[in-house]
Ligand binder design. Structure first.
Ligand SMILES: C[S@@+](CC[C@H](N)C(=O)[O-])C[C@H]1O[C@@H](n2cnc3c(N)ncnc32)[C@H](O)[C@@H]1O
Length: 224
């Protein structure tokens, strides 16, 4: 999958995209990532990308021209680009695991990261989707883009060590995951449930299904 992030702060992506599963995905060639600094596409003498809002008010608004110019220069015309363009926005559709699954089937994803007071309204025409990662306001769209990139990339074939581990994760089947244990068998007087040590695969499967339902009822009844 090819991923582009249109941002004023490309350096914000360096840590998360260069560690753990995302680094492995890039090293394996499953993901190609490029952060595009849209300041480089400003046509003003001082490379301005923001201006004060018409009608007054606090803060600065991102101008539409540098973002349009950057997207066009990097992705080509809208009909040439076969992927999805996502606008990170607190006004967007709330991001979920099922959206991550749908996005994982795309060949390319591009993120437009707002900043300051947000972007000129006319930017919205560029995007296929507007996505929010929650009902709170972050400083910019970089962290939301990274959250979405992470959730999508771990679903790409061959990215996780064991394909099946994404399938049992919370939300993938509508439930929270069952409790997990590892060595030692006894810790602070708490024993690992006998069934997990029994080697009886059917019983283990049944126990896990029951516990997943129990955890969901207890912690997130709204999912049921
Ligand atoms: C400080 S916010 C602007 C908020 C805007 N003034 C408003 O009230 O809707 C700057 C940028 O951060 C990103 N952003 C902030 N919170 C977000 C969220 N919950 N989900 C997705 N993007 C978010 C968006 O790209 C937004 O344009």
């Amino acid at each position: 999958m090819e991923i582009f992030a249109f941002t004023l702060f490309p350096e914000m992506f360096e840590g998360p995209l260069n560690a753990s599963i995302l680094k492995r995905a890039r090293d394996k060639g499953a993901v190609r990532f490029e952060a595009v600094d849209f300041r480089a596409y400003s046509s003003t003498k001082h490379m301005n990308v923001d201006d004060s809002p018409f009608g007054g008010g606090a803060g600065m608004v991102l101008k539409p021209e540098p973002i349009y110019a950057a997207v066009e220069a990097v992705l080509g015309s809208r009909s040439d680009y076969k992927g999805k363009i996502i606008l990170t926005s607190p006004q967007g559709k709330l991001f979920t695991q099922s959206m991550a699954k749908t996005l994982a089937s795309e060949s390319a994803l591009s993120f437009i990261c707002g900043h300051y007071e947000g972007f000129d309204e006319r930017i919205r025409n560029l995007a296929d989707e507007e996505i929010s990662i929650g009902d709170y306001i972050l400083t910019g769209g970089e962290m939301p883009a990274m959250v979405i990139i992470d959730a999508v990339c771990r679903l790409l074939p061959g990215v996780l060590g064991e394909e099946s581990s994404a399938l049992s994760d919370s939300f993938s089947d509508g439930l929270l995951e069952y409790p997990q244990y590892t060595r030692p068998e006894v810790f602070l007087d708490k024993r690992v449930p006998d069934v997990l040590l029994s080697g009886h695969h059917e019983n283990i499967k049944k126990w896990r299904q029951e516990k997943a339902l129990e955890q969901t009822k207890l912690k997130r009844e709204d999912l049921l």
